[in-house]
Each structure stands twice: as structure tokens, then as C-alpha cells.
Design a protein around this ligand. Structure first.
Ligand code: CUA
Length: 260
């Protein structure tokens, strides 16, 4: 190997490593704030599980198909200029039956948990659920607690800071005051479209206390990137205390518990 070729190889290897570092730095292996692979609630966990139920078989199929393809390309390549054409084959009943039946079985198996979750995640929240009315606005989130009132007797109303009790379902009705937004709490569940003139529904349940970084997930104008909110899951007592205080949030809309 010439020195020049060695250098090219080294450069290519270095480029590969640097590229991989950039690529994988976007992957959150751990419990980072918006990592949907680290769910903190029942809905987010179900959604993550469904993803894997589809992804692992798909990955196995991809490796199998590309494996056979690459093997065939190499094994049956043309070895010399004057090689005669290979034997021409038409149809193979056994293979065709197999690659029809196996996908049918696989899809049927995947359909069971998928349909079960579609029904479960789309159902009405339970009777003891907390009800929150969400209004998406350019560019902030308005949360109204119709069953919780402040000192004046008006429903508690806050912006960009959602407080919810841990271990209890929260049922949201979601509306828009202007354009289409998307309501998303990556570690708790979602997302759901926020559409003018339409009321959408979603429920979630937080498993443990935390401050869950959440956001609008649909481009909705110049302020879209700032349309974030905090979902603060706390004990029932802390939640009641927060309600009793009229749902006070810090002036920035980011609670002291935010740590940001
Ligand atoms: Cu609201 Cu993007």
C-alpha cells in the first residue's frame, strides 16, 4: 500500500469517527429531559413499548433481507467476461408461500398490542381524573383547572406551567385560540394536535414527581421555538397547596422547582 493510500484511509477512518460522534451525540441513552425512551408515565411507557414491538422485528427483517441480498451479489457475481448467463429460474412456490404467510403472522401479532393500546390511550379519562383545559396560543400555553377555584372563586388559570398530581390520571381537553399547535410532554405522553375550532382529548399519568420539559411540537409561527412549558408532577398535597395558593407561578412562567 502506498503512503498516499494509507493517508486517505486514515483520513476516512477519522472522518467516520468524527461523524459518528456527531450523529450519536443526539442520542439520549440516559434519562435526559425530553427522552421518549425514558418514560415517566403510563402513556409514554406504552408508546415507547409499541415503538420497540415494531422496531425490533423490522430491524431483524432488514438485516435478513440485506444479508441475503449482499451475499447473493457477492456469491453470484460475474467472475469473468465470457461467463455464460446463469440458469434462469421462474417462481418457487415454497418460498413464495413462506414470504406471504410469515409477514401475515407477524402483522397479526403486532396488531394485537397496537389495537389494544389505541383503544386504551383513546378512552375517556377515569372518573377520579383531574380535568385541565388547555388552550394553545401564539405563543404560550394556557392551562385552566375548571374544578379548582382560587380565592375569588374563579377557576385557577396559569400559563406555561402545568401542575399535576403524581399517580392520578389527568384528562385534558385541548383547543387552539389561533393556529395549529401540538401539545407534547415527551416523558409523560402525547402528542396531540391543537386545532382551531376543534376540541381534542388526551390523558396522561405521571408515575413520579418531576419537572418535565414539554413543548409545542408543530411549527406555529415565529415564536414556535419559545412555546415551551413545564409539566410539574408533584404529590397530591403539594398540588393542593399550589391550588390553594391560586396557582402562583414565577414571573418567567418557570417555577422555582424548574432548576433552569
Ligand atoms: Cu405552537 Cu409551535
Amino acid at each position: 500500500m502506498t503512503a498516499r493510500r494509507r493517508n486517505v484511509r486514515r483520513l476516512a477512518a477519522a472522518a467516520l469517527v468524527v461523524g459518528a460522534v456527531f450523529l450519536f451525540s443526539g442520542c439520549a441513552l440516559f434519562d435526559s429531559p425530553q427522552n421518549t425512551f425514558a418514560p415517566h408515565g403510563e402513556v409514554a411507557a406504552k408508546q415507547r413499548d409499541l415503538f420497540f414491538i415494531v422496531m425490533w422485528p423490522a430491524l431483524a427483517i432488514m438485516i435478513g433481507v440485506f444479508g441475503v441480498l449482499l451475499y447473493s451479489l457477492w456469491r453470484f457475481r460475474q467472475r469473468s467476461e465470457n461467463e455464460p448467463p446463469p440458469v434462469q429460474v421462474h417462481g418457487n412456490t415454497r418460498l413464495e408461500v413462506a414470504w406471504t404467510i410469515v409477514p401475515v403472522i407477524l402483522l397479526a401479532v403486532i396488531a394485537v398490542p397496537t389495537l389494544a393500546d389505541i383503544v386504551e390511550l383513546g378512552r375517556q379519562p377515569r372518573d377520579d381524573a383531574l380535568h385541565v383545559k388547555v388552550m394553545g396560543r401564539q405563543w404560550k400555553w394556557q392551562f385552566e383547572y375548571p374544578d379548582q377555584t382560587d380565592a375569588t372563586g374563579a377557576p385557577v388559570l396559569v400559563f406555561d406551567e402545568l401542575h399535576i398530581p403524581v399517580g392520578r390520571e389527568v384528562g385534558f381537553t385541548v383547543e387552539s385560540a389561533d393556529v395549529i399547535h401540538s401539545f407534547w410532554m415527551p416523558q409523560l405522553g402525547g402528542k396531540i394536535d391543537v386545532i382551531p375550532g376543534r376540541t381534542n382529548h388526551i390523558w396522561i399519568k405521571a408515575d413520579e414527581p418531576g419537572n418535565y420539559s414539554s413543548q409545542c411540537a408543530e411549527f406555529c409561527g415565529l415564536g414556535h421555538s419559545a412555546m415551551r412549558f413545564r409539566a410539574i408532577a408533584e404529590s397530591e398535597q403539594d398540588f393542593e397547596a399550589w391550588i390553594a395558593g391560586g396557582g402562583q407561578t414565577s414571573p418567567t412562567g418557570i417555577s422555582a422547582a424548574g432548576g433552569e
